[in-house]
Ligand binder design. Sequence first.
Ligand SMILES: [Fe+2]
Length: 197
Amino acid sequence: MKQGHVSKQDFVLENEIRKRLTPARFCHVLAVRDCAVRLAGRHGGSKEEAELAGILHDYARDLPEAELLRLGEEEGLITCEVERQVPLLLHGPVGARLVRRELGINDPRVLEAISLHTLGSPGMGRLAKIIYIADMIAEGRSFPGLAELRRKAFESLPEALLLGFASTIRYCLESGRLIHPQTIAAWNYFLREGKEF
Ligand SMILES: [Fe+2]
């Protein structure tokens, strides 16, 4: 984590993000950044990448749904009908495209983490797992099972990831929402990781 100084590059980036997001969302993004850096400290990987992915993960989150859908179609990012029904689900993949194009960020791990932070995916890498979990457990969140997920996040990344998917899928079931098949595929993949089907 940064100690005592903020570089010019960080300052410029923070201001870019601040302009795109509501004040509450901007606070959330800073909380996810700080949490992601702590998780990277615990589980390994670059803290700089965790910081960057954390602050950028919701880059497209406050775009209007029609714009998310338009960009999703234009960029060939639509993978299933659920995204047309719930365009907000596109803010990860759309955000990754925009961050590359508008900010010149090319780090594949950072782009993957931004892209997958809402749905998860089979085979997602360590940084993507960290951002997925950090987004769920950051300061300001509130949902059943949060305390357990926060504890697990610093004990075991694979177990926390499964808890995170379970919580998301359970929430969709209990509130009558569509479930994106990519999250189910991610659950199946990581449940069986290292084992044979
Ligand atoms: Fe998000």
